[in-house]
Design a protein around this ligand. Structure first.
Ligand code: SF4
Length: 105
């Protein structure tokens, strides 16, 4: 089973090299190297719901708390949850990992 990243699932074209990066820039979820590997994703491609300022729907999203209501209803979030099953890394665990991982110098 191929595990898609959010930009592959949504076709948002806001990942590095994407056709829409000229509009709002590159989405921070696609470049968050600290999140690489979480839920088997590339950067935060399978943890995008915790990334503040992501560009879903073509608008700069708010903080994790502000986005959460929408993300919990998102078909991609639910797909990742289903695919990862008991190994799903939830928001609290992701935040903990991101706090622990030092940003690349
Ligand atoms: S968080 Fe949204 S806008 Fe950002 S790369 Fe993922 S699908 Fe695209």
């Amino acid at each position: 089973m191929v595990k898609l990243n959010c930009w592959e699932f949504t076709g948002c074209e806001r990942q590095p090299g994407g056709k829409k990066t000229g509009e709002l820039g590159t989405c921070p979820a696609a470049t968050m190297t600290k999140a690489h590997g979480i839920n088997n994703g590339v950067n935060a491609g399978r943890a995008c719901w915790v990334i503040s300022g992501s560009l879903c729907g073509g608008a700069i999203q708010g903080s994790y708390v502000e986005k959460l209501g929408g993300c919990l209803k998102c078909s991609f979030f639910n797909q990742v949850h289903q695919e990862e099953g008991s190994r799903f890394i939830n928001s609290r665990e992701i935040m903990k990992i991101l706090r622990q991982v030092a940003a690349p110098v």
